[in-house]
Design a protein around this ligand. Structure first.
Ligand SMILES: Nc1nc2c(ncn2[C@@H]2O[C@H](COP(=O)(O)OP(=O)(O)OP(=O)(O)O)[C@@H](O)[C@H]2O)c(=O)[nH]1
Length: 387
């Protein structure tokens, strides 16, 4: 039977895992926060707790099928679920083939140990199956965070899962290097207390990392909603307004800037003839034509309706004219395809640079607006600055 300290550790770990499961259920059903990933985490916690409880019952029951084999399988299934969670967080398709293959491998191989294979290979085989599953979870978590932020942050977030993967891999090698450390699981003669501590830490680390990922996703989503235009995914009016204020503050310290204000030509006619769906598609196509012309430190935003504003850092009027002309030509070269219809898209551009008398960015914007007005009056599909 288990020693008292081992029993306490098993009970504490199971309690931690069940509390975590409860919290994930609240996330899934109460807060409706990443429901698929949260349900996956709740199930993974229940499976991990079951694996631990079954392991704790070894020797107490005379049927190793019900303890050793069942514990191996529930543990492996828990790690398989964990490897799917990052993809669910991303609302993408999880990489289910590898987890499924490894679960099947456990299903086929682990009975051998109940039937009499040498137990010193048990840990090696089990952890050779479980470590890649946790490694997959770690890699998926890295990719998820990396797609939204810097590599260093992604590395820091996925590091705990990576470290646990290495720990499991080390557990696979341990029985080969120190066979004396391996208790006979079928007799239940002993329990590796260090392993129990590792189980407790593993449960807490995995839950904390995934909870952090869920919250990070939530924060990024809120940030996106407050800063970006949902249709075109460029900065919204408020965010581009803030970027202008910051550029104006930098200009007071000596860094010039210029604005390009543009408005799609005859957009109402396009909406009226092809419908709003085509209008929306045209706005996306417009953004697609503008993006290659802006640098990383420039800012592109939707000023309203079919009007867009580009803030060009460290740029004067000549530079702005060059960029705007490139944008104009780019847009004109990519007609909108809408079913059988094909429409030439054009826009008119007004440009302005910041001048010493400008007390605020609104003054610069007003000149860009006057340039745009002139471009419209002179026949559209033109770049103009106020004369
Ligand atoms: N599809 C779509 N239409 C929009 C959106 N925002 C504004 N509009 C439409 O854009 C049209 C703007 O029309 P106008 O201001 O007359 O401009 P225009 O037809 O491009 O005329 P000019 O600028 O003089 O060439 C209106 O019909 C708005 O309903 C949007 O997000 N999607």
């Amino acid at each position: 039977m288990l020693s008292v300290s081992a029993q306490t550790l098993v009970a504490a770990t199971v309690l931690v895992l069940l509390i975590a499961c409860l919290l994930w259920l609240v996330f899934a059903f109460g807060l409706k926060l990443q429901p698929r990933a949260s349900k996956g985490m709740a199930a993974a916690n229940v499976l991990l707790a079951s694996a631990l409880l079954l392991s704790g019952l070894r020797g107490g029951l005379e049927r190793p099928w019900l303890t050793v084999y069942a514990a191996d399988l529930t543990g492996t299934a828990a790690f398989a679920l964990l490897s799917l969670v990052p993809a669910w967080l991303e609302e993408g398709r999880p990489p289910w083939r590898w987890p499924l293959a490894l679960c099947l491998l456990a299903l086929l191989l682990m009975p051998g140990f109940v039937m009499g294979w040498p137990m010193r290979w048990h840990g090696t085989v089990l952890y050779c199956i479980q470590a890649p599953l946790l490694g997959l979870a770690s890699w998926q978590a890295y990719r998820l965070v990396r797609s939204r932020t810097r590599p260093a942050f992604a590395l820091a977030l996925s590091f705990p899962l990576g470290a646990l993967t290495l720990l499991l891999a080390a557990r696979a090698v341990e029985p080969l290097l120190w066979p004396g450390n391996t208790p006979d699981l079928r007799s239940g003669s002993g329990f590796n207390v260090a392993w129990l501590w590792a189980g407790l830490v593993l449960g807490m680390v995995v839950n904390s990392v995934v909870a952090f990922l869920v919250l990070a996703q939530l924060v990024l989503r809120i940030r996106k909603l407050t800063l970006y235009d949902p249709l075109t995914e460029v900065l919204n009016r408020r965010a581009i307004g803030q970027a202008m204020e910051q550029a104006h503050a930098r200009w007071r310290r000596g860094e010039p800037y210029a604005l390009v204000l543009l408005d799609m030509d005859h957009f109402k006619a396009l909406n009226d003839t092809l419908g709003h769906g085509a209008g929306d598609q045209a706005l996306k196509a417009l953004v697609g034509a503008l993006k290659p012309c802006v640098r990383d430190d420039d800012a592109l935003g939707r000023w309203g309706g079919e009007e867009f504003l580009i803030l060009l850092c460290d740029t004067g009027l000549a530079g702005a004219a060059l960029v705007a002309e490139r944008m104009r030509a780019n847009l004109e070269a990519q007609p909108l395809l809408w079913g059988p219809e094909q429409r030439r898209l054009t826009a008119s551009f007004g440009i302005a640079e910041v001048l010493p008398e400008d007390s605020s960015p609104e003054a610069v914007l007003m000149r860009a607006d006057q340039g745009l007005y002139q471009a419209k009056r002179q026949g559209r599909n033109l770049v103009q600055s106020r004369e």
